[in-house]
Write a protein that binds this ligand. Sequence first.
Ligand SMILES: Cc1cc2nc3c(=O)[nH]c(=O)nc-3n(C[C@H](O)[C@H](O)[C@H](O)COP(=O)(O)O)c2cc1C
Length: 184
Amino acid sequence: MNPEFENFLDLVKKRRSCRDYSEAPVPDELIANCVEAARLAPSACNRQPWRFMIVKNCELRKSLCYEGLLPGLPMPWLKKVPVIAVLCAETDIFTHSIAPLISKVQYHLLDIGIAGEHFVLAAEAQGLGTCWIGWFNGKKVRKILDLPRSLKVLSLISLGYPANPPAPENEIKRMKPEEISKYY
Ligand SMILES: Cc1cc2nc3c(=O)[nH]c(=O)nc-3n(C[C@H](O)[C@H](O)[C@H](O)COP(=O)(O)O)c2cc1C
């Protein structure tokens, strides 16, 4: 196997959602590297709709934890996380409103997913833990961060040093290759 691909696959295999963090701060340089990896992601019509709100401020993080999440899925571990990245889409009238009417594809969701995972893998490569968080109240998050209406909040990502390494990759329940792919 090409060693570059082997390294890449090792990185992908190592990544697990981290739900147990140390409170140690994350150096800005490492956060910037995650943003840089996201910045280089591909996007429909190269519109680059992603916007990363990097929340380090303790009061704002508390507000996100206590008011920004939806009920029913407690995430007490989030209170210890030193950084919460709020992923938003700056939607563009053509790519994100007109084109999907014709193709029925929500391009901005694809774009944000790709950029978000670049961010996550860059974090993993630097020894940081992450967890995508989709169970949030977008209106409340927008209010807490005073975001303009043009920004649609699509996900939160926790970022910090893992307190305990998440369970290894072979414990993740995943479908088999033949269940998720078909060759023509
Ligand atoms: C779009 C998205 C939303 C998610 N939302 C949450 C969430 O709100 N809370 C949570 O604890 N995990 C959340 N997760 C993490 C998933 O539960 C996790 O990725 C999945 O169970 C596979 O485990 P792994 O990430 O350790 O491989 C989310 C993941 C994605 C991709």
